[in-house]
Design a protein around this ligand. Sequence first.
Ligand code: UDX
Length: 429
Amino acid sequence: KPPYRRVAVFGAGYIGLVTGACLADLGHRVVIRDIDPEKIKLLQAGEVPIYEPGLSDLIGRNKERLSFTLDLAEAVTGAEIAYVCVDTPPSASGDADLSRVWSVVTSLKDAAHLRAVVVKSTVPVGTGSRVRAALDAAGLGHVGYAANPEFTAEGRAVSDFMHPDRIVIGTSDEATARLLTELHESVDGPVVVMSVRSAEMVKLAANALLATKISFINEIATLCEKTGADVEEVAHAVGLDHRLGPHFLRPGIGWGGSCFPKDSEALRQLANNTGYHLQLLSAVIEVNNLQKRRAIQKLKDELGTLAGARVALLGLTFKPGTDDMRESPSTVLASRLLAEGAEVHCWDPMARPAAAEPWTSTTRHTSVEQALEGADAAVIVTEWPQLAQVDWTQAVATMRRPVLFDGRNLLDPVAMRAAGYHYLSVGRP
Ligand code: UDX
């Protein structure tokens, strides 16, 4: 068995917490450091500030090997590996804001005992060589450097970490490659070692290609509506081609979340900075914006006008199984509906929308039935399984007009029409 390592993880967000907890579960000693006192206080009290299935249990059962601190020295002292897991939000220029990455790297200037600095944060290609130069300039030439991007999806992050399709290690030195390969020894997935720049690119390219698949099927769905084909049948048969695969071919009202929108913009910006403009990716982003506009247009076509209409938004998070509202299509829909003069009523089992517009102008309900009462139209924005359990036959009678736009193709068109709905979905006749 390879030796257990002492790891300092910087950042107690989704990635830092999942990485730290999983490494502790593998047997390593982990200290997670964050600069947010509220977050650290919660974590020290045994609470987890985010919802991620399995994470709370994992943290709970690894207490002996996992601690949380605000104190830099406590995290760094004795650490062999420093994992940078801070966020890299877009800046005003569209480039990723790397200030948090730099503040961690700078804080390591006296940590000569480290064996490696590893960046997990999503960064523009070329960041690693700048970090390398900064470490060298600080007299840390002997400390290894690696890019180790993550490919975990929210809602299944723990299992994605433990059973990944691949572990990408970007480094130019063998000792660091060996150290990180050993660190992941009991993880069930192949290790792929490559250059730092390639590793940085893999993350951006993988997310862009996934987003491309979704935008592509969304455009085919639009064409299915115009030609009488059924996108569900089309996507199923297309996905049976093993070269294409069945995943990420679910049509809907567009992709959101903390990764796809941010990373696709970052990749587009990275390309722009080199003087090459990514043609496909720009179209992929544009199709995603249009997809939300089309949802509004469909409602307008049905209701004539949205002014004064009562519209129920069912599901607010960017996907089911998470409380995350980042870049959720629901925010665009709510804001657009309010701008058109509609009254917006919402339901979601888990979302905690910010106390800001558009949400402060909407009404939140604790049950789907309440949200539907008196509505002129309802939109399924997120395919929460609870929505499939609703007694839709009962609910139809409580609506003012039975217009239901199923933005995720969750329900059965035949059954919904039989129940009396004017039922619309995405790309189905
Ligand atoms: C994604 C990537 O999957 C992950 O590898 C990366 O590390 C981070 O970004 P995540 O944002 O958690 O993970 O969500 P994911 O499940 O991939 O869904 C992203 C968005 O695409 C959601 O809004 C979802 O509703 C949408 N989607 C996904 C579709 O509209 N159709 C699909 O077929 C799949």
